[in-house]
Design a protein around this ligand. Structure first.
Ligand code: HT7
Ligand code: ZN
Length: 858
């Protein structure tokens, strides 16, 4: 395996000022002619040799400055075309053949449900033509697409259409993109698609055509994406002063896609799951995802496209920043408190385990083998937290000045994470030297806090420590902003100094620091408010303090965190055999009752507070991991809570029922809480649970209700579950995204026997190994279902499936392979069995999968 290192970065020997592409699409073979205007890079050491990337290209001809190159005059091996003896400026024309119909890896040009489309980030362009496939080569693209007129009436690429024509049964369109861009932002689509069109007038009065494309049958599912896009465009103008810059903005929905979406300049390509939405077929969570992904890709137009990354080590420069931007947008569009808790929940339950396991890496990694494997939660989510800390350190106003400076200074350039922080430093005058460690140091810091009351002084001592991560044993102290308040017995924040300040931010820099407050009364510290830094906070809270936080804290994160601590404490006692589920439920009941009583204030927040941590999260607290014990503890507590609060769950299940469909945040919150209540009711084996679930299933107002009811029926094995599954499949067999949910509901039923259902699902006629969404709906769900996954049968099935996926789509296989990352935590018997199977897969794995499995196997 080839390792690429940040420390080896060299600027390219030649730049490509312009690219003229001609893509001639014919059945079986597509011919790509490219004309590159090369110019020696004044920033690089003088050289007359240049390398172009090219994977699987069949060369028809190569010509330099009009002279045809014969075979001995160039070298094309191992994905690299090398040309020597180049002058200061030159024109390289290449003609190559590619076979998009055979492309199951979904990078480069490929087919999805009869349409041609591209995915070039990170290194897909090299599968289309010869090019320096690296983000620091920015070029002006002019692209002509040719194809059969009848079957592919729509021919799209980046920028604006400038010319078109017909040649018999074929036609062509030429697109020009005036903005220099790296080739990873190139895109092309040829298909027969329906279009939803609208317009947007920018702040400076320019009119932009908005065109969303999907298969004809999905035209009625584009309205939400269009509304989201317009909101995002306005928000970016108002919040960051960023306007859209082309005359057209297009989004195309495709069924075969490795990730969520792609921000190609002017021509975004989206996984159908992130753009299509209709209340009948899409859950409320799906609606929110569409809103945030549409916004995320739009925001990339500035944070990523106008200002891009110098190299792929700087990926978080665009991804971390853009996730922060989309999170703030969603907070403005919906409930900010709920948004923050959802984001933190995701980070803590998914990124933290990554940062604490064999795949841990810095937000700016120092090396990689396959860059596709580094589109991780660390780059995206932890990267966003790092930007968020800078936002809070500077304050909204200075942060805006810093981003203005960043966009102005680096417009049209490929830059680094340090360039971004430099702008923060310059505007604020702060020394960000130590802060930069967040980018280079892997691992989740543990912040242990102790308190002491001495007379009229209350002190808090903070000790930070980051455990070693693979390849990085020595850790330095980080800058950790801790937002805090101290709550009195009634839950009111007390004054922290003689100015009456009731909330403050402590900036930790040392390994250990103590802070004193002139507070004489007994208080409960409300720490890390808003989750002010991505750290594990350890504080030995008493149960009554957690109850105070949960009941009274005005900070949504601290309330949620208190609830999580209460649940974990109860579950831990059950896992270790130190408690009885009924007793634990009785202790929790009064606190939870209060939450339920206040649910009318914000049902979505109540639902978050009432949701138990997952089995995966509970398992992560116990080494060696015994998934059966975890599963049993989880089931017991859920059942006991289902019984202890039976009357409340029943009333929520019945009283929150809406009579007409609404899609606003309040209605969505009520549906979320209702589904949760029904789940608890069924867990407590209430006799009404099946009736209510069946009624809801049969007459749902929307997919959130229909799927919620189906999940309760199936997960609790209630009477009617089998019939409901059958009816659902019959009703929705033509809707791929709904069927994904059908697969996923079954693969996520907790318990060992689910492995048998998963085996059957993999044989189902609607299962398709070539569709990443479908593969994820089964294997992803199994991986998140530890009691089924961690069995001999589960391991055997998973590893067999992994090898099958790898042969078709290495990127997806590598992503799914991450599910084995808890190998080292398993008890020895399971660990041995799983290790042997994984080793067998690794022996024959693609470079993508092998990088992941080798790290896991150690
Ligand atoms: N910037 C996009 C990344 C992406 C991607 C990366 C590797 C392989 C396939 C991919 N599809 C999209 C998505 C984003 O963060 O906006
Ligand atoms: Zn992104």
């Amino acid at each position: 395996a080839v390792t690429t290192r940040l420390s080896d970065y060299q600027p390219p020997a030649y730049l490509v000022d312009s690219v003229n592409l001609d893509v001639d699409i014919r059945d079986g073979v597509t011919t790509v002619t490219s004309e590159l205007a090369l110019r020696r890079n004044p920033e690089a050491a003088v050289s007359d040799t240049m390398s172009f990337n090219g994977e699987g290209l069949v060369i028809r001809s190569l010509a330099l400055d009009g002279k045809v190159l014969e075979e001995g005059e160039y070298r094309y091996e191992n994905g690299e075309l090398r040309l020597s003896g180049l002058p200061e400026q030159a024109t390289l024309i290449s003609v190559v053949d590619i076979e998009p119909e055979k492309n199951t890896a979904l990078e480069g040009l490929y087919m999805s449900n009869g349409m041609y489309c591209t995915q070039c980030e990170a290194q897909g362009f090299r599968h289309i033509t010869f090019f320096p496939d690296r983000p620091d080569v920015l070029s002006r693209f002019c692209t002509t697409v040719r194809a059969d007129k009848k079957r592919y009436p729509l021919l799209l690429s980046n920028g604006n259409p400038v010319e078109q024509g017909e040649e018999g049964e074929r036609h062509w369109v030429t697109w020009e993109d005036p903005f220099p861009k790296p080739c990873y932002l190139f895109a092309l689509v040829a298909g027969n698609l329906a279009c939803l069109e609208d317009r947007f007038v920018t702040a400076s009065g320019r009119e932009v055509a908005l065109r969303l494309y999907a298969e004809h049958r999905d035209l009625d599912k584009l309205d939400h994406a269009m509304a989201s896009l317009k909101h995002a465009m306005r928000w970016d103008e108002q919040t960051y002063g960023r306007e859209y810059d082309l005359d057209i903005y297009m989004i195309v929905a495709v069924s075969h896609f490795n990730m969520g979406a792609m921000e190609n300049k002017g021509l975004n390509i989206f996984n159908t799951s992130c753009v299509l939405a209709h209340p009948a077929t899409t859950t409320d969570a799906g609606f929110q995802r569409v809103e945030s992904v549409v916004a995320h890709e739009y925001f990339h137009n500035w944070s990523g496209n106008r200002v891009t990354c110098r190299d792929w080590f700087q990926l978080s420069l665009k991804e971390g920043f853009t996730v922060f931007r989309d999170q703030m947008f969603s907070a403005d569009m919906n409930s900010a408190a709920v948004q923050r808790v959802n984001d933190v929940d995701f980070l803590v339950n998914h990124q933290f385990p990554e940062d604490q396991g064999p795949m841990a890496h810095p937000v700016r990694p120092a090396e990689y083998q396959k860059i596709d494997n580094f589109y991780t939660l660390t780059i995206y989510e932890k990267g966003a937290e790092i930007v968020r800390m800078q936002y809070h350190l500077l304050g909204a106003e200075s942060f805006r000045k810093a981003t203005d400076l960043y966009f102005d200074r680096f417009d049209g350039q490929a830059v680094t994470c340090d360039d971004f922080v430099d702008c923060m430093e310059e505007v604020s005058g702060m020394d960000m030297g130590q802060f930069r460690r967040w980018y280079s140091q892997a691992g989740t810091p543990i912040l242990s806090v102790t308190s002491e009351q001495s007379g009229d002084t209350y002190s808090l001592t903070f000790r930070q420590q980051t455990p070693p991560t693979p390849g990085q044993s020595d850790k330095q102290p980080l800058v950790i902003p801790v937002r805090l308040a101290l709550l009195d017995k009634a839950g009111e924040p007390v004054a922290l100094d003689d100015t009456g300040l009731r909330e403050t931010v402590l900036i930790l820099r040392e390994q250990e620091q103590t802070f004193q407050f002139p507070v004489g009364q007994t208080v409960t510290p409300s720490l890390l408010r808003g989750f002010s830094a991505p750290v594990v906070l350890e504080f030995d809270y008493r149960a009554d303090q957690l109850a105070t936080l949960l009941a009274h804290d005005t900070d949504g994160y601290c309330r949620w965190s208190a609830a999580q601590r209460l649940y974990f404490a109860a579950l831990d006692r059950l896992v270790t055999g130190h408690g009885k589920a009924e007793d634990e439920a009785l202790k929790l009941a009064p606190v939870l009752e209060q939450v339920i009583e206040r649910a009318g204030e914000d049902a979505a927040q109540a639902a978050l507070l009432l949701t138990l941590p997952t089995e995966v999260a509970l398992g992560d607290r116990h080494t060696p991991l015994d998934p059966s014990a975890i599963h049993s503890a989880h089931q017991q507590l859920k059942r006991a809570l289902g019984r202890a609060l039976q009357a409340q769950w029943l009333s929520l299940s019945e009283n929150l029922l809406a009579t007409e469909l609404q899609m606003d945040g309040v209605a969505m919150g009520r549906r979320q809480l209702r589904n949760l209540a029904l789940d608890y009711l069924a867990a407590g084996e209430h006799k009404e649970a099946a009736r209510i679930a069946v009624e809801l299933f049969e007459l749902p107002l929307c997919m959130t209700e229909e799927l919620g009811a189906l999940r309760v029926l199936v997960h609790h094995r209630l009477p009617g579950a089998e019939l409901a599954l059958k009816q659902f499949a019959e009703k929705w067999k033509e809707e791929a995204l709904v069927m994904d949910q059908w697969f996923s509901v079954q693969a996520s039923v907790p318990g060992e026997t689910t492995v048998e259902s998963v085996a059957a699902l993999l044989e189902h006629p609607a299962f398709d190994w070539k569709v990443p969404n479908r593969v994820r709906s089964v294997l992803g769900a199994l991986a998140g279902n530890p009691s089924a996954f961690n069995t001999d049968e589960g391991y055997a099935l998973f590893t067999r499936a992994l090898a099958t996926v790898d042969a078709l789509n290495p990127q997806i296989a590598a992503r799914i392979g991450n599910a084995a990352a808890r190998l080292h935590k398993l008890e020895s018997g399971r660990q041995r069995a799983f290790r042997t199977l994984l080793q067998g897969v690794n022996d024959k794995a693609s470079p993508n999968l092998s990088e992941v499995l080798s790290r896991i196997l150690g």
